[in-house]
Design a protein around this ligand. Sequence first.
Ligand SMILES: [Zn+2]
Length: 342
Amino acid sequence: MMNTNLQDYSHKRYNILTGEWVLVSPHRAKRPWQGQNEAIANENRPLYDPSCYLCAGNTRINGENNPDYKDVFVFTNDFAALQKDSPKFSVNEGLLRAESEQGICKVICFSPDHSKSLADMAVADIHKVVSTWQKEYLTLGSNEMINYVQIFENKGAVMGCSNPHPHGQIWSQSTLPNEVYKKNEHQKAYYKNNNRSLLEDYLKQELKADERILYQNDSFVVLTPFWAVWPFETMIIPKKHHRHIAEISEEESLGFADAISKITRAYDHLFQCSFPYSSGIHQAPTNNDLNSHWHWHMSFYPPLLRSASVKKFMVGYEMFGSPQRDITAEQAADRLRELIVL
Ligand SMILES: [Zn+2]
Protein backbone atom coordinates (compact mmCIF):
# COMPACT_ATOMS: atom_id res chain seq x y z
CA MET A 1 0.00 0.00 0.00
CA MET A 2 1.34 3.37 -0.97
CA ASN A 3 2.21 6.11 1.51
CA THR A 4 -1.10 7.93 2.13
CA ASN A 5 0.77 11.23 2.50
CA LEU A 6 0.88 11.23 -1.31
CA GLN A 7 -2.91 11.72 -1.38
CA ASP A 8 -2.96 14.44 1.30
CA TYR A 9 0.07 16.69 1.16
CA SER A 10 2.06 18.65 -1.40
CA HIS A 11 5.03 16.73 -2.72
CA LYS A 12 7.06 16.24 -5.86
CA ARG A 13 7.36 13.05 -7.90
CA TYR A 14 10.35 11.92 -9.91
CA ASN A 15 10.15 10.90 -13.56
CA ILE A 16 12.54 7.96 -13.88
CA LEU A 17 12.69 8.35 -17.67
CA THR A 18 13.57 12.04 -17.88
CA GLY A 19 15.05 12.83 -14.46
CA GLU A 20 12.55 15.66 -13.97
CA TRP A 21 10.15 16.37 -11.12
CA VAL A 22 6.46 17.27 -11.07
CA LEU A 23 4.88 19.17 -8.16
CA VAL A 24 1.67 17.47 -6.90
CA SER A 25 -0.85 19.38 -4.76
CA PRO A 26 -3.57 16.84 -3.84
CA HIS A 27 -4.98 19.01 -1.02
CA ARG A 28 -6.23 21.41 -3.68
CA ALA A 29 -8.30 18.68 -5.31
CA LYS A 30 -9.84 17.42 -2.06
CA ARG A 31 -13.14 19.08 -2.82
CA PRO A 32 -15.67 16.72 -4.41
CA TRP A 33 -15.46 16.31 -8.15
CA GLN A 34 -17.16 19.25 -9.78
CA GLY A 35 -16.39 18.40 -13.33
CA GLN A 36 -19.19 19.30 -15.62
CA ASN A 37 -20.10 16.33 -17.71
CA GLU A 38 -22.22 18.25 -20.12
CA ALA A 39 -22.12 16.70 -23.53
CA ILE A 40 -20.38 18.96 -26.00
CA ALA A 41 -22.23 19.02 -29.28
CA ASN A 42 -20.04 16.67 -31.25
CA GLU A 43 -19.51 18.33 -34.57
CA ASN A 44 -20.91 15.93 -37.08
CA ARG A 45 -18.20 15.69 -39.66
CA PRO A 46 -18.89 14.29 -43.11
CA LEU A 47 -17.23 11.06 -44.33
CA TYR A 48 -15.65 13.13 -47.05
CA ASP A 49 -14.84 16.84 -47.11
CA PRO A 50 -14.09 18.29 -50.56
CA SER A 51 -12.01 21.06 -48.95
CA CYS A 52 -9.86 18.69 -46.82
CA TYR A 53 -6.31 18.29 -48.12
CA LEU A 54 -6.05 14.82 -46.54
CA CYS A 55 -9.23 13.24 -47.94
CA ALA A 56 -8.78 10.69 -50.71
CA GLY A 57 -8.67 12.06 -54.24
CA ASN A 58 -8.28 15.69 -53.13
CA THR A 59 -5.53 18.03 -54.27
CA ARG A 60 -3.02 19.20 -51.68
CA ILE A 61 -1.73 22.77 -51.50
CA ASN A 62 1.43 21.88 -53.42
CA GLY A 63 -0.71 20.64 -56.32
CA GLU A 64 -0.27 16.89 -55.73
CA ASN A 65 -3.31 14.64 -55.77
CA ASN A 66 -4.00 12.20 -52.95
CA PRO A 67 -4.65 8.71 -54.32
CA ASP A 68 -8.02 7.09 -53.77
CA TYR A 69 -6.63 5.33 -50.68
CA LYS A 70 -8.68 2.72 -48.83
CA ASP A 71 -7.00 2.42 -45.41
CA VAL A 72 -3.72 4.11 -44.44
CA PHE A 73 -1.94 6.67 -46.62
CA VAL A 74 1.53 8.15 -46.01
CA PHE A 75 3.14 11.05 -47.83
CA THR A 76 6.10 13.36 -47.29
CA ASN A 77 5.02 16.56 -45.55
CA ASP A 78 4.55 19.39 -48.03
CA PHE A 79 5.64 21.87 -45.35
CA ALA A 80 8.30 19.85 -43.59
CA ALA A 81 10.02 21.26 -40.51
CA LEU A 82 13.18 19.39 -41.42
CA GLN A 83 15.00 19.44 -44.74
CA LYS A 84 16.54 16.37 -46.30
CA ASP A 85 19.11 18.16 -48.38
CA SER A 86 20.21 20.95 -46.08
CA PRO A 87 24.01 21.32 -45.92
CA LYS A 88 25.98 20.09 -42.91
CA PHE A 89 27.36 22.97 -40.91
CA SER A 90 28.00 24.13 -37.38
CA VAL A 91 28.37 27.49 -35.72
CA ASN A 92 30.75 27.90 -32.80
CA GLU A 93 31.29 31.56 -32.14
CA GLY A 94 32.11 32.29 -28.55
CA LEU A 95 29.01 31.31 -26.61
CA LEU A 96 26.83 30.98 -29.69
CA ARG A 97 26.42 27.41 -30.89
CA ALA A 98 24.33 25.84 -33.64
CA GLU A 99 24.34 22.60 -35.61
CA SER A 100 22.68 21.76 -38.90
CA GLU A 101 19.90 19.20 -38.75
CA GLN A 102 18.67 17.04 -41.59
CA GLY A 103 15.45 15.11 -41.64
CA ILE A 104 12.37 13.78 -43.38
CA CYS A 105 8.83 14.55 -42.21
CA LYS A 106 5.83 12.49 -43.23
CA VAL A 107 2.10 12.67 -42.71
CA ILE A 108 0.12 9.49 -42.07
CA CYS A 109 -3.63 9.46 -42.71
CA PHE A 110 -5.13 6.84 -40.38
CA SER A 111 -8.29 6.35 -42.44
CA PRO A 112 -9.97 7.69 -45.57
CA ASP A 113 -13.02 8.44 -43.41
CA HIS A 114 -12.83 12.16 -42.59
CA SER A 115 -15.30 11.79 -39.69
CA LYS A 116 -13.35 9.22 -37.68
CA SER A 117 -10.66 9.34 -35.01
CA LEU A 118 -8.63 6.40 -33.63
CA ALA A 119 -11.32 6.06 -30.94
CA ASP A 120 -13.98 5.43 -33.61
CA MET A 121 -11.90 3.00 -35.65
CA ALA A 122 -12.08 -0.80 -35.43
CA VAL A 123 -9.09 -2.52 -33.81
CA ALA A 124 -8.34 -4.18 -37.17
CA ASP A 125 -8.07 -0.73 -38.78
CA ILE A 126 -5.89 0.65 -35.96
CA HIS A 127 -3.72 -2.42 -36.54
CA LYS A 128 -3.10 -1.20 -40.09
CA VAL A 129 -1.88 2.10 -38.64
CA VAL A 130 0.45 0.19 -36.30
CA SER A 131 1.82 -1.83 -39.23
CA THR A 132 2.50 1.41 -41.11
CA TRP A 133 4.31 2.89 -38.10
CA GLN A 134 6.48 -0.24 -38.00
CA LYS A 135 7.26 -0.02 -41.69
CA GLU A 136 8.07 3.69 -41.56
CA TYR A 137 10.30 3.25 -38.50
CA LEU A 138 12.34 0.64 -40.38
CA THR A 139 12.41 2.42 -43.73
CA LEU A 140 13.25 5.88 -42.40
CA GLY A 141 15.61 4.40 -39.80
CA SER A 142 17.59 2.55 -42.46
CA ASN A 143 18.45 5.86 -44.09
CA GLU A 144 22.08 6.67 -43.20
CA MET A 145 21.15 10.27 -42.38
CA ILE A 146 18.32 9.34 -39.98
CA ASN A 147 19.18 8.46 -36.38
CA TYR A 148 15.80 8.95 -34.76
CA VAL A 149 12.18 8.49 -35.85
CA GLN A 150 9.50 10.37 -33.89
CA ILE A 151 5.94 9.13 -34.42
CA PHE A 152 3.22 11.40 -32.98
CA GLU A 153 -0.32 12.67 -33.29
CA ASN A 154 -1.79 16.07 -32.43
CA LYS A 155 -5.50 15.58 -32.03
CA GLY A 156 -7.97 18.44 -31.66
CA ALA A 157 -7.90 22.15 -32.36
CA VAL A 158 -6.91 22.78 -28.72
CA MET A 159 -3.64 20.97 -29.46
CA GLY A 160 -3.06 23.13 -32.48
CA CYS A 161 -4.17 20.52 -34.96
CA SER A 162 -5.10 22.33 -38.14
CA ASN A 163 -7.10 19.56 -39.81
CA PRO A 164 -9.72 17.28 -38.21
CA HIS A 165 -9.03 14.45 -40.68
CA PRO A 166 -7.61 11.50 -38.64
CA HIS A 167 -3.87 11.72 -39.14
CA GLY A 168 -0.54 11.72 -37.40
CA GLN A 169 3.01 12.66 -38.28
CA ILE A 170 6.42 11.05 -38.42
CA TRP A 171 9.42 13.33 -38.09
CA SER A 172 12.77 11.66 -38.55
CA GLN A 173 16.11 13.37 -38.08
CA SER A 174 19.85 13.02 -37.70
CA THR A 175 20.12 13.69 -33.93
CA LEU A 176 18.11 12.86 -30.82
CA PRO A 177 15.52 15.48 -29.82
CA ASN A 178 15.56 16.67 -26.18
CA GLU A 179 12.93 14.33 -24.69
CA VAL A 180 14.47 11.30 -26.36
CA TYR A 181 17.96 12.32 -25.31
CA LYS A 182 16.88 12.47 -21.64
CA LYS A 183 15.10 9.12 -21.81
CA ASN A 184 18.07 7.58 -23.58
CA GLU A 185 20.46 8.66 -20.84
CA HIS A 186 18.27 7.47 -17.94
CA GLN A 187 17.46 4.09 -19.48
CA LYS A 188 21.10 3.55 -20.39
CA ALA A 189 22.31 4.26 -16.84
CA TYR A 190 19.71 1.90 -15.34
CA TYR A 191 20.48 -0.88 -17.81
CA LYS A 192 24.19 -0.55 -17.14
CA ASN A 193 23.70 -0.88 -13.38
CA ASN A 194 21.00 -3.56 -13.37
CA ASN A 195 21.26 -5.33 -16.71
CA ARG A 196 17.48 -5.03 -17.03
CA SER A 197 15.26 -2.54 -18.75
CA LEU A 198 14.08 0.36 -16.58
CA LEU A 199 10.49 0.07 -17.80
CA GLU A 200 10.45 -3.70 -17.37
CA ASP A 201 11.17 -3.23 -13.68
CA TYR A 202 8.82 -0.24 -13.41
CA LEU A 203 6.03 -2.32 -14.97
CA LYS A 204 6.62 -5.12 -12.43
CA GLN A 205 6.27 -2.65 -9.58
CA GLU A 206 3.16 -1.04 -11.09
CA LEU A 207 1.44 -4.38 -11.71
CA LYS A 208 2.14 -5.42 -8.14
CA ALA A 209 0.89 -2.13 -6.67
CA ASP A 210 -2.15 -2.14 -8.99
CA GLU A 211 -3.03 1.47 -8.21
CA ARG A 212 -2.39 3.16 -11.54
CA ILE A 213 -3.18 0.33 -13.99
CA LEU A 214 -6.10 1.11 -16.31
CA TYR A 215 -6.07 -1.90 -18.57
CA GLN A 216 -3.92 -4.79 -19.71
CA ASN A 217 -4.05 -7.51 -22.34
CA ASP A 218 -1.55 -10.32 -23.01
CA SER A 219 1.09 -7.98 -24.43
CA PHE A 220 0.47 -4.42 -23.20
CA VAL A 221 -0.33 -2.42 -20.07
CA VAL A 222 -2.11 0.94 -20.08
CA LEU A 223 -1.38 2.99 -16.95
CA THR A 224 -1.18 6.46 -15.49
CA PRO A 225 2.52 6.96 -14.79
CA PHE A 226 3.41 7.79 -11.16
CA TRP A 227 5.03 11.03 -12.38
CA ALA A 228 2.23 12.10 -14.78
CA VAL A 229 2.20 15.83 -15.51
CA TRP A 230 -0.99 16.24 -17.54
CA PRO A 231 -4.21 15.59 -15.57
CA PHE A 232 -5.15 12.48 -17.56
CA GLU A 233 -1.77 11.49 -18.94
CA THR A 234 -1.34 7.78 -19.73
CA MET A 235 1.27 5.39 -21.09
CA ILE A 236 1.02 2.18 -23.10
CA ILE A 237 3.97 -0.10 -22.29
CA PRO A 238 4.77 -3.47 -23.88
CA LYS A 239 5.10 -6.21 -21.25
CA LYS A 240 8.10 -7.67 -23.04
CA HIS A 241 11.31 -5.72 -23.29
CA HIS A 242 11.33 -4.59 -26.93
CA ARG A 243 13.54 -1.78 -28.14
CA HIS A 244 11.23 -0.47 -30.83
CA ILE A 245 7.82 -0.93 -32.41
CA ALA A 246 9.12 -3.06 -35.30
CA GLU A 247 10.39 -5.68 -32.86
CA ILE A 248 6.96 -6.84 -31.71
CA SER A 249 5.18 -9.88 -33.14
CA GLU A 250 2.00 -9.77 -35.20
CA GLU A 251 0.03 -10.88 -32.16
CA GLU A 252 1.61 -8.17 -30.02
CA SER A 253 0.86 -5.50 -32.61
CA LEU A 254 -2.82 -6.52 -32.45
CA GLY A 255 -2.57 -6.18 -28.66
CA PHE A 256 -1.09 -2.70 -29.14
CA ALA A 257 -3.97 -1.72 -31.45
CA ASP A 258 -6.40 -3.02 -28.82
CA ALA A 259 -4.70 -0.95 -26.10
CA ILE A 260 -4.88 2.21 -28.25
CA SER A 261 -8.56 1.55 -28.92
CA LYS A 262 -9.33 1.05 -25.20
CA ILE A 263 -7.64 4.22 -23.96
CA THR A 264 -8.82 6.54 -26.76
CA ARG A 265 -12.42 5.36 -26.24
CA ALA A 266 -12.14 5.88 -22.48
CA TYR A 267 -10.84 9.40 -23.16
CA ASP A 268 -13.84 10.20 -25.35
CA HIS A 269 -16.17 9.04 -22.57
CA LEU A 270 -14.41 11.10 -19.88
CA PHE A 271 -15.89 14.45 -20.88
CA GLN A 272 -18.28 13.28 -23.61
CA CYS A 273 -16.24 14.83 -26.35
CA SER A 274 -13.76 13.86 -29.02
CA PHE A 275 -10.89 14.06 -26.54
CA PRO A 276 -7.89 16.15 -27.62
CA TYR A 277 -4.34 15.01 -26.92
CA SER A 278 -0.80 14.81 -28.18
CA SER A 279 0.39 11.23 -28.29
CA GLY A 280 3.78 9.93 -29.29
CA ILE A 281 5.97 6.87 -29.36
CA HIS A 282 9.42 6.96 -27.81
CA GLN A 283 11.71 4.20 -28.99
CA ALA A 284 15.28 3.22 -29.75
CA PRO A 285 17.31 5.57 -31.96
CA THR A 286 18.09 4.27 -35.44
CA ASN A 287 21.80 4.93 -35.14
CA ASN A 288 24.10 1.94 -35.43
CA ASP A 289 24.13 1.24 -31.67
CA LEU A 290 22.53 -1.85 -30.16
CA ASN A 291 20.33 0.25 -27.84
CA SER A 292 19.51 -2.72 -25.58
CA HIS A 293 18.57 -0.29 -22.81
CA TRP A 294 15.57 1.01 -24.76
CA HIS A 295 12.06 -0.17 -23.84
CA TRP A 296 9.69 1.54 -26.27
CA HIS A 297 6.38 3.00 -25.15
CA MET A 298 3.59 5.35 -26.17
CA SER A 299 2.44 8.36 -24.14
CA PHE A 300 -0.75 10.42 -24.27
CA TYR A 301 -0.61 14.01 -23.05
CA PRO A 302 -4.18 15.40 -22.95
CA PRO A 303 -4.68 19.06 -22.01
CA LEU A 304 -8.21 18.85 -20.53
CA LEU A 305 -8.66 19.32 -16.79
CA ARG A 306 -12.26 19.25 -15.56
CA SER A 307 -14.49 19.19 -18.63
CA ALA A 308 -14.42 19.43 -22.38
CA SER A 309 -14.13 23.18 -22.05
CA VAL A 310 -11.66 23.51 -19.17
CA LYS A 311 -8.09 23.25 -20.35
CA LYS A 312 -5.03 22.92 -18.18
CA PHE A 313 -2.55 25.69 -18.88
CA MET A 314 1.16 25.34 -18.33
CA VAL A 315 1.78 28.91 -17.21
CA GLY A 316 3.27 30.88 -14.35
CA TYR A 317 5.04 28.55 -11.93
CA GLU A 318 5.02 25.79 -14.54
CA MET A 319 6.84 28.00 -17.04
CA PHE A 320 9.31 29.28 -14.50
CA GLY A 321 9.56 26.39 -12.06
CA SER A 322 8.16 22.90 -12.59
CA PRO A 323 4.97 21.39 -13.93
CA GLN A 324 2.27 21.13 -11.24
CA ARG A 325 -0.94 19.13 -10.89
CA ASP A 326 -3.80 18.94 -8.40
CA ILE A 327 -5.51 15.58 -8.85
CA THR A 328 -3.06 12.77 -8.23
CA ALA A 329 -2.11 10.14 -10.78
CA GLU A 330 -4.07 7.62 -8.67
CA GLN A 331 -7.26 9.73 -8.73
CA ALA A 332 -6.95 10.16 -12.50
CA ALA A 333 -6.37 6.42 -12.90
CA ASP A 334 -9.51 5.63 -10.86
CA ARG A 335 -11.64 7.84 -13.11
CA LEU A 336 -10.22 6.54 -16.37
CA ARG A 337 -10.33 2.88 -15.32
CA GLU A 338 -14.12 3.07 -14.91
CA LEU A 339 -14.43 4.24 -18.50
CA ILE A 340 -12.52 1.39 -20.12
CA VAL A 341 -15.14 -0.62 -21.95
CA LEU A 342 -14.11 -4.26 -22.22
ZN1 LIG B 1 -10.46 14.68 -44.79
